[in-house]
Design a protein around this ligand. Structure first.
Ligand code: HEC
Length: 155
């Protein structure tokens, strides 16, 4: 009798494990489907391919301002991601001194060439740039970009 119960319990555990594995497996495959769908528009990958030749993410700079301090500038100037990304996309399409978020960067590095990417890719990479903002990294702490303005906590 006792033996039979044990077998039953074992069977229950076995079935539960099997179901768990099945659910986990489904989770994994759904993840990879989602990844494949967005893979073409992965902002970081677009950056690595098209922008990293000039831009580093963190200081020191290559031949253009590093992305993290630029993201800080954007967060300081625009309160919503939508506005920031819209400006960024417009700038990537046609950089010009009047629209630059940091005109000093042009003096130091020259004007960025227009980025001939499809709109969707520009938008994806612009969103990625916006997301590189790190609130723990203030501006003006030896960024080497002449951005000596401090940032308050509430910005
Ligand atoms: C050939 C070098 C080069 C490439 C490639 C390049 N940039 Fe730039 N970028 C610059 C330089 C130089 C500046 C600073 C002068 C300026 O703002 O035009 C700059 C400025 C910027 C700015 C500040 C814009 C603003 O509003 O003032 C952002 C953001 C930026 N780049 C993102 C990107 C992204 C994203 C890519 C890839 C899609 C990219 N850059 C590709 C050289 C480059």
């Amino acid at each position: 009798m006792k033996q039979k119960r044990n077998v039953q319990i074992n069977l229950m555990i076995y079935l539960a494990m099997k179901r768990l594995l099945l659910i986990m497996g489904m989770g994994f495959s759904l993840n990879s489907v989602a990844q494949a769908a967005t893979g073409a528009l992965n902002g970081k990958a677009i950056f690595d391919k098209n922008c990293s030749v000039c831009h580093s993410v963190m200081p020191p700079p290559k031949t253009a301002p590093p992305i993290t301090p630029l993201a800080s500038h954007y967060h300081q100037k625009y309160s919503t991601k939508k506005d920031g990304v819209n400006h960024l996309v417009a700038y990537l399409k046609s950089p010009n001194k009047d629209k630059a978020i940091d005109p000093q960067a042009i003096t130091r590095f020259g004007l960025m060439p227009a980025q001939p990417l499809p709109d969707a890719e520009l938008r994806a990479v612009a969103e990625w740039v916006w997301d590189q903002y790190n609130p723990n990294m203030g501006m003006g702490r030896g960024m080497g970009m002449g951005m000596g303005r401090g940032r308050g906590m509430n910005q």
